[in-house]
Write a protein that binds this ligand. Sequence first.
Ligand code: NAP
Ligand code: F7E
Length: 349
Amino acid sequence: MKQKRALITGITGQDGSYLAEFLLKKRYKVYGLVRPASTDPLMRIERLSLDRMIKIIYGDMRDNNSIIRALEESRPDEIYNLGAQSQVGVSFQCPEETMEVNYNGFGRLVSEATHLNPQVRIYQASSSEMFGNVLETPQKETTPFNPVSPYAESKVKAHNDYVVEYRKRHNFFICAGILFNHESPRRGRNFVTRKITHSMVKIKLGLQDSFELGNLDAKRDWGYAKDYVEAMWLMLQQKTPQDFVISTGESHSVRDFVNATANALDMKITWHGKGLKEVAKDSSGKIILRINPKYYRPNEVNSVLGDSSRAKKVLKWEPKVTFDELVEIITKADLESLGGVIGIHKDYA
Ligand code: NAP
Ligand code: F7E
């Protein structure tokens, strides 16, 4: 059988790296669009042991010529568009950049890719943030979008114009996964989960005294990134292109995530005060967590909860890792890498 070829944008990110590994195991020839940067992106990929197996093509979602070159070189059967300005908080400060990469960048990719090969299959990374100030709970494929951030606006426009409309008008194989938050040891530390695990591991090891967060009451449906990349692939193996919600069906607050991390580290913490004065203390009474309003967003998605029963029925996809297991996986990985730094054995926990 002919070896399948995949082009992944955003291959240096959390999902891109797991997806590349997943596709390599399935014997795909994998190409990755990598932004030219002053910090060596190869270093990050080498760390993931992918360097010799994936083919890097330098390019940027903002640069049409680089997209054409990437498509001509990779001649993909499948394209996974994961490249994005993915930080919701940052999108309030850089709305134009966010729209340029997430919306116009995807538009360029879709238009050039389908022009070169009308049979190509394209996956778009849509997001639960598109449900925003939710109009229905739980959220499923038919729930109306109600975005509240520039990030969510860019993803809704990309979804409506280049997934739904393009597919309807031209009959191309383009589909979107509406993925709820998914995390891993490879999650950037600017996202709340890794920020919590990394900070609390440092506190546990005596490398840091305390840390700060914003809204502790926000609730998210958190799953494991490795489970979620399989769903992306499954969507492109269907007979017809369809969009799917991918989620765990459980929602937890940021405060719950802190408590679960404390459990994973065998730390006893207690909560005191309310609102901006709320703090968490360790068993000796020392404050380890404070609220800093600078981490609040101008507009917040207070609570999301996904219903992925359609994915279960059609794709036969289900999440494998529970919330507590997820927190433990990330916390242990941080403990291992930070413990290694100061010579603590990896089984310290
Ligand atoms: P991530 O770790 O932030 O990775 C984003 C990737 O996009 C990185 O490889 C980054 O490259 C690349 N990128 C950024 N700007 C680019 C540009 N102008 N041109 C080309 N590449 C660019 O994100 P992730 O968590 O893996 O998420 C993958 C995708 O799923 C994103 O589209 C995100 O919006 C979406 N999504 C994520 C979640 C989630 O919970 N993780 C949920 C729903 C949807 P650098 O390494 O050079 O920065
Ligand atoms: O925030 C609250 C924050 O930045 C989660 C992206 O992958 O998932 C991700 O977006 C919650 C928010 O993720 C801090 O206000 C409190 O309510 O980890 P996050 P996100 O915004 O949900 C969606 C599905 C995507 O598509 C995105 O690409 O945590 N929070 N204190 C904080 N958040 C951060 N980052 N930092 C804090 O100090």
